[in-house]
Design a binder for this molecule. Structure first.
Ligand SMILES: O=C(CCC(O)(O)[C@H](Cc1ccccc1)NC(=O)c1ccccc1)N[C@@H](Cc1c[nH]c2ccccc12)C(=O)O
Ligand SMILES: [Zn+2]
Length: 595
């Protein structure tokens, strides 16, 4: 009968066995398309996703045979709750095909996009991809026109071609969410945090970090005005978005040579990697060794054979944006990325390896529990280890610090903190605003003809950046960022950037570190590794405060550890910008220059 827990548990076993067959097939078809974008592979992907959605629907219907909401066994009840949460699979077949098609269209446009007519090119029909060319231009160029060409061209070739598909996706995703009992798709996405007034909590964390961001923003703006003297910066105080070393101004690390407090003491890890003939494989071996030295798991033998770690040179179209893949059969785990030999990519490699380590640690959980305690946890693992790898102390240990440099030199340490701030503090408003925008779109508060206006309202208000050229409602600049056409939620990265410092603080204590937090390197501490592993083994079987408590002893997210980490730099910045006006007007001033 409906309350027979023994029979229910038998059914759960059967569900898991079936899921460990259906999911690998769907993953394999998705992998084939992601590593070779063709119409044929797209059809196979659609077919496999259809099969998986039918399995999800069937399973949902079978959960109705049990009064699982009244089960006293928490673990079984939570498995039923997750099995019944089938997302877009709830849609009838034709609508499911439509939403999958709209998503594939946008992903294909994004991954195939190329930008032509580069200023100074003899052959105007020569076209360039984001990875590596446009990313390198945004990182290295100090030519206003060249930066504006890449910035505007990328948006013309991606976002501008998506509004219709995006509107279709929003409509169908909201319909699916409604059928599952949510008010809209944003409500569904936020439900994964199982947290009362989650939006309010995010806003409070963001407010707690604003002052720190304003200091860094004022300093960067001051130095960029010197570099681009004669070029227009809006009176309203924003920084033109194409000057910050990154296509989306989400990470300012490429401005290190301009912004380092002591330029004479560089951290030029990329050059050191190149001088030592680093290869992609060496970067992965280095990362894997950090994990195994903590007592965590090595990569399975198949991992290196089956992964795609470099951009293919045979001209085929692939999804270059990095991702880690769990095939839900406890055997297949892969990474797909178009690695370049740079420090940024060494960090990204740790980020992706963090995802795979989580897969390995929770692989014996029931399939529905093979997820992060909340999505932010999954994004934080690799970044926590990278906080140790990036320290001058660790770089010295792995011979990526110049031999004549002393890792304990206080000026070098301040340069290191600035480098970290340009990646971690600069990211905060960007990590916050993407889903502020999407949640409003899903709520119906932002209509299609307001997509771009609302996007720039948030970019100007929260991030303090402005468009370098005139923007129109026929533009769709949100679509120029991978996660929007790929429909990957983004608040997870904002959460990760907060909790990774809580994890770092706790693991450093476990590793017996004394002294300033930013000098801590947990390398080789199996005590720290054991704590991290114990948390990861839980997967999503427990609510995330339990997982947080397993590492930090606390049950809440808070920004105090991040602020503690950057305290020495905050003092330096306050002195550096004491004659500057901090912040900017909510609205972007209007003074574009058409190049
Ligand atoms: O997007 C990524 C890395 C890609 C990912 O590893 O997060 C990837 C995104 C993705 C999700 C879904 C489909 C395809 C790609 N997420 C995963 O691979 C993943 C796998 C399993 C569980 C959770 C996430 N980073 C973000 C920001 C970021 C956070 N930490 C970083 C460290 C270095 C560089 C960038 C970042 C960005 O580039 O804007
Ligand atoms: Zn990630």
């Amino acid at each position: 009968d409906r309350n027979n827990i023994t029979a229910a548990k038998i059914w759960l076993e059967e569900y898991n066995t079936e899921a460990e067959k259906v999911r690998p097939e769907a993953q394999e078809a998705s992998w084939t398309w992601n590593t070779n974008i063709t119409d044929y592979n797209n059809r196979l992907k659609l077919e496999a996703e259809k099969k998986k959605s039918e399995f999800d629907k069937r399973s949902y219907n079978q959960t109705l045979n049990w009064d699982w909401k009244n089960f006293t066994e928490i673990n079984a009840k939570r498995q039923f709750y997750k099995i019944a949460d089938i997302g877009e699979s709830v849609l009838p077949t034709d609508k499911f095909q439509q939403i999958t098609k709209a998503k594939s269209n946008m992903q294909s446009v994004y991954s195939k996009a190329r930008v032509c007519n580069k200023p100074g090119d003899q052959d105007p029909s020569k076209c360039y991809p984001l990875n590596p060319t446009l990313e390198n231009i945004m990182a290295k160029s100090t030519d206003w026109k060249e930066l504006a060409w890449a910035w505007e061209g990328w948006r013309n070739e991606t976002g501008r071609k998506m509004p219709d598909d995006y509107e279709k996706f929003v409509e169908l995703a909201n319909e699916a969410a409604g059928m599952n009992g949510y008010t809209d798709n944003g409500d569904y996405w936020r439900s994964w945090y199982e947290t009362e007034n989650f939006e309010k909590q995010m806003e409070e964390l963001f407010i707690g970090l604003k002052d720190l961001y304003k200091l860094l923003h004022a300093y960067a703006r001051k130095k960029l005005k010197e570099r681009f003297v004669g070029h227009p910066f809006p009176d309203s105080g924003q920084i033109p978005a194409h000057l910050l070393g990154n296509m989306w101004a989400q990470s300012w690390g490429n401005l290190f040579t301009l912004l380092a407090p002591y330029p004479g003491k560089p951290l030029d890890v990329t050059e050191m990697m190149r001088e030592q003939n680093y290869t992609t494989r060496k970067m992965f071996d280095l990362s894997e060794k950090f994990f195994t030295d903590l007592g965590l798991d090595p990569m399975p033998p198949k991992f290196y054979n089956d992964s795609m770690l470099d951009k293919p040179e045979d001209g085929r179209d692939v999804v270059c944006h990095a991702s880690a893949w769990d095939f839900y059969n406890r055997k297949d785990f892969r990474i797909k990325q178009c690695t370049q030999v740079t420090m940024d990519w060494l960090i990204t490699t740790h980020h992706e390896m963090g995802h795979v380590q989580y897969f390995l640690q929770y692989k014996d959980q029931p399939v529905v529990f093979r997820r992060g305690a909340n999505p932010g946890f999954h994004e934080a693992i690799g970044d926590v280890l990278a906080l140790s790898v990036s320290t001058p102390k660790h770089l010295k240990k792995i011979n990526l610090l110049r031999p004549n440099q002393n890792p304990d030199d206080e000026e070098l340490q301040l340069n290191f903190l600035m480098n970290q701030a340009l990646k971690k503090i600069a990211f905060i408003p960007f990590g916050y605003l993407i889903d502020q925008w999407r949640w409003k779109v899903f709520k119906g508060e932002t209509k299609k003809d307001e997509y771009n206006e609302d996007w720039w309202n948030l970019r100007c208000k929260h991030q303090g950046v402005s468009p370098p050229v005139q923007r129109f409602n026929t533009d769709f600049d949100a679509g120029s960022k991978f996660h929007v056409p790929n429909n990957t939620p983004y608040i997870r990265y904002f959460v990760s950037y907060v909790i990774q410092f809580q994890f770092h603080k706790a693991l450093c204590k476990e590793a017996g570190h004394n002294g300033p937090l930013h000098k801590c390197d947990i390398d080789q501490s199996t005590e720290a590794g054991n704590k991290l592993a114990a948390m990861m083994k839980l997967g999503s079987s427990k609510e995330w405060p339990d997982a947080m408590e397993a590492i930090t002893g606390q049950r809440k997210m808070n920004v105090s550890d991040l602020i503690e980490y950057f305290a020495p730099l905050e003092d330096w910045l306050k002195k550096e910008v004491k004659n500057e006006t901090l912040g900017w007007d909510d609205q972007c001033g209007r003074n574009f220059t058409i190049p």
